[in-house]
Write a protein of this length. Structure first.
Length: 598
């Protein structure tokens, strides 16, 4: 008998895992905080822990940058993770945007209520949910969920094999499914959005893992470097290179679902509208950055190694996706009347502009990578800022109609269910005494906002102008570099379509600006809480059959930030302006980051 081989302990470069470990470790600690920290101190501890973890992860990324750049990447955990300049850059973008989004998530505004339901599992409008509101319960589990999602997003673009990429996909997706269902207001809409997101996400994940199986069937490995080697060196199954193309297309389908590209975009408007608004901003910015990072890694590592004929077919598929995504996002966005759905279709259009930067993946110039990294940062800042503004623009009902005494208790419960999430006292009222309801998302409700709150409306106008690609904003430089990278590889028709789509998109951005600054506010008109609030199932449930429901004269108010949202808005405004006026330093960093280690 031969002696047993000695066990060789794997060597793990722990230093290169610090950013991910800090975030995921803080998420685990956050779960323990929920179990052992008293209720009165739990929220403060969770907010401090989440912000400190994200700040620590960003600091460690900055410290690792020179070493990773000098080595052009390091394989960690046997190649499961590849910490190279590109992956580290995407991680940095994700953490910066997550830090800003977490500030918005943590804000309770002047209503003293956050955006999350006190009991996520309660039936909307039930007596149990109303009791939880009255007792001031809070969902501080939101912060560990955000940290776990961010951890998955950081792993996603740095994966060295498709199996680890699938695990990262699930780690980032599962917390988002839960966060989407936690809206304090419009509870049924929120739960419906969560179910749609989960169901369609499950299909996308199944397609992704089936594609991984086909790639493994060809190359005998799920490591991207091994698949690349099999394609370049003629390995794998003889005469079955079409198998890897089919598998690669299925993998890309799963990734295109996460970025909201057409025809895999159907979940985006409903989820963006139904999710808590701070979570919508977090998803729109951070998920898109992480998913495009993973998409680009697969294309540049494996897609470049495909034979010329198969590579041409893949490029044609990307052309179709880019054109369809830009058309769907801009054309359908023009007819939207809900602010969150308008921003959702804007997100779809921007996904198309980002795909334009990917069509040159067969070239090694790095201009496409630079354009994509800059675009993700510019778009993310504008998106987090825009949704932060939406959280502050609310409906209010200043004059409830007097109801019979026996229905008084039901009416108070209905108002709290549809509005503040608490009793109608000083903690749930606007400064003039009106009960604060949900976000004012209908476009007509934004009329005259520039007169009521010029600074807030000005910041929102800046973000919209950046999304439209107006010069001297970050969005102009982002679109210019994306279209320039397409022209550089001969895809000028695609760039031309992108310019035309951008011109069409300017219409619905400018329409909102005209509403805010040049349209007078409509006079308040009486309407019921059931009409004004899509979450009126709470009103009907607590009012009971035949119960009298208060008629509310709804208007719009701007609630004050507790401070966190103001900080996030300020940073987003400064970032959008600086990236538009002085973009060269960031573009240089992005060009340095355009380096992959297979």
């Amino acid at each position: 008998m031969t002696p047993a081989a000695a066990f060789v302990a794997p060597v793990i470069e722990w230093a290169y895992l610090v950013p991910v470990l800090v975030v995921l470790g803080a998420g685990v600690v956050g779960v323990l905080v929920e179990a052992f920290v008293p209720d009165r101190a739990r929220r403060v501890v969770q907010v401090v822990l989440a912000l400190a973890a994200l700040a620590g992860a960003l600091t460690s990324i900055v410290l690792l940058w020179p070493d990773v750049l000098a080595q052009n990447g390091v394989r960690v955990l046997g190649g499961a993770l590849v910490v190279d300049p590109f992956g580290l850059a995407v991680q940095g973008i994700v953490v910066v945007l997550a830090l800003l989004a977490t500030l918005v998530i943590a804000d309770r505004t002047s209503t003293k209520q956050d955006a999350f339901a006190p009991t996520a599992a309660a039936v909307p409008g039930s007596a149990y949910e109303d009791l939880a509101r009255r007792r001031g319960l809070e969902q501080t589990e939101v912060f560990p969920l955000v940290l776990f999602a961010v951890g998955g997003m950081m792993i996603f673009p740095a994966t060295g094999d498709l199996l680890t990429m699938f695990v990262a996909l699930e780690v980032l997706s599962l917390p988002l499914y839960v966060l989407t269902a936690l809206a304090r207001r419009r509870r049924l809409l929120s739960q419906e959005a969560s179910f749609k997101y989960f169901l369609l996400g499950a299909f996308a994940s199944a397609i992704f893992i089936f594609g991984v199986a086909l790639v493994y069937g060809f190359a005998g490995s799920v490591r991207l470097a091994d698949v690349r080697g099999a394609l370049l060196e003629g390995g794998g199954l003889d005469g079955m290179t079409g198998l890897v193309l089919l598998g690669l297309v299925m993998v890309l389908t799963g990734l295109l679902f996460k970025v909201g590209a057409a025809p895999f975009h159907s979940w985006t408007p409903d989820v963006y509208q139904g999710a808590p608004t701070p979570v919508t901003g977090f998803m729109a910015a951070c998920t898109k950055a992480a998913a495009f990072g993973a998409l680009l890694r697969v294309l540049y590592v494996v897609g470049q190694a495909l034979p010329a004929d198969l590579q041409e077919k893949l490029v044609i598929a990307l052309w179709v996706v880019a054109i369809l995504t830009m058309i769907v996002g801009t054309v359908i966005g023009v007819i939207q009347t809900d602010m969150k759905r308008l921003l959702a279709y804007s997100s779809i259009a921007h996904a198309g502009f980002l795909v334009v930067a990917l069509v040159g993946f067969g070239e090694l110039s790095g201009f496409g990578v630079r354009a994509l990294l800059f675009y993700l940062l510019a778009y993310g800042l504008a998106t987090v800022g825009a949704f932060a503004v939406v959280t502050l623009v609310r409906e209010r009902a200043p004059q409830p109609v007097v109801v019979p005494a026996e229905a008084e208790l039901a009416t108070v419960g209905a108002v709290s269910g549809a509005g503040t999430g608490g009793s109608a006292d000083s903690s749930g009222t606007s400064p003039d005494g009106g009960v604060v309801l949900g976000e004012a998302t209908h476009l007509t409700e934004w009329a005259g906002l520039g007169k009521r709150s010029p600074w807030l409306a000005g910041a929102f106008a800046l973000f919209l102008l950046s999304m439209a690609g107006i010069p001297l904003t970050a969005g102009f430089i982002a679109k210019f570099t994306a279209f320039q990278s397409a022209v550089a590889v001969g895809a000028w028709p695609l760039a031309l379509i992108g310019v035309l789509a951008s011109a069409v998109a300017v219409f619905f951005y400018v329409r909102v600006i005209v509403l805010m600054f040049f349209t007078p506010s409509p006079s308040p008109s009486p309407s019921t809480g059931a009409d004004r609030e899509p979450g009126a199932e709470a009103t009907r449930a607590t009012g009971g059959p035949g119960g009298s429901v208060a008629a509310l004269a709804s208007r719009v108010t701007v609630v004050r930030s507790e401070g966190f949202t103001t900080i996030a808005l300020t940073i987003c405004v400064i970032g959008v302006i600086l990236l538009g006026v002085l973009p060269s330093s960031v573009l240089d960093l992005a060009f340095e980051a355009a380096k992959f280690r297979p």
